[in-house]
Design a binder for this molecule. Sequence first.
Ligand SMILES: [Zn+2]
Length: 435
Amino acid sequence: MVLYTPGRTSTYPGEPVRTGLRAFFLGGGDEVGNVGCILEDSTGTRLLIDYGLAPTRPPKYPAECPPVDHAIITHSHIDHMGMAPWLVGHLGTKLHASPLTASLSEVMWRDTYKVSKIEGYPLAWDRRDLEEALQAWTTHQMGDWFEIGAWKCRFHRAGHIPGAVMIEIETPELRILWSGDMDTRASPNVLGALPVECDILFLEGTYGNRIHPPRIEEEERFVSKVLEVVDRGGTALVPAFASGRGQDILRILRREAPNLEVHYHGMGTRVTQLWMDHPESIREPKGLSKTWRWCRRVSGKSDRRKALDANVIVTTSGMLDGGPSIWYANRLRHQRANAILLTGYQAEGSGGRLLLDEGKLRIFGNITPIDLEVEQFSLSNHAGQKELTSFARACAPRHVVIFHADQDGRDALSTQLAGEMKVHLPSNRVEIILE
Ligand SMILES: [Zn+2]
């Protein structure tokens, strides 16, 4: 299947921008994930921010990107960088990111490629594009200015995950802040984002309608549940994303319950090694290396079987959509003392959602009842409504563009902020002009 016919499937406006800033979302404008947005002004400077795909089944892809010389990738999640090899292979785009995000790209892209082959879903780029994309990175340290056309840009820490950035852009007329996926709260592996004064704020709104419980209390509730499961002789299965949540869980467990036997299994192994190569991006990096030595990493088949007797298994995929988490769930489901502890949002259509709603999982193709305790914890690394609104107020922009959100998130944030700044709720493939 051909996703794009370069130059023919793009709906980007043909005319140059006369005044102000044009923002054109290729994806992620009125949805979570799948992000790509072109910014352009009257100097003719054109920049793409992020180019991801939503790893749903089947995946969702952003619209075809028009010719663009530069793209900045905010962080290493696949819904923000998954389609970048297409840019390099077809448009010759140069990619910019933090050093950690650039080095994580190889793991993320190779995994995307592998999964697309296994699942048989279309991908618009091939292995050659991937190899070229690995050579297309220019990296920038936090706070260092660099030029894109007539604009100056610099990165700020975004919280969220190690290496994630917000982008400050200075055009001849305007100061812009692009939040990327962000959190102002510190998490075990990364400190929170700080506000930057600007004229135009592009603000993610994933949890725009949600008030997070205090993070520390939620971490304590999680640890107590783990201890309860272990006390009754069970194993706690904790499905968690490979980049971010899994490592957070390990650090929380080591801090609060160092005597537990915790096994880690999944793609996060490679990710964590790269994190440790970039200590400047990690909160208390020594704590991470100690945690990594403390847990047991599962590699071979016999390790897997041993892990079934552990107190806790932390593993991928985070939404029980395959990977080792399904293998473990299948083994652990027969023993009622065991439990499955979900540590974040479970998307519509995901395995985790099916488990929460119907107490069932798709195991090797069969819908299987799971008669275990299932509990969900809110350990998200996205800012909630309170954090988003106080961040927006501290940035004091004239315009706020709320993206990466569903309708409820957009409406809630819009209601909160409307009296104080002009709120824009973009749709994909419809330009907005900001002055
Ligand atoms: Zn993200």
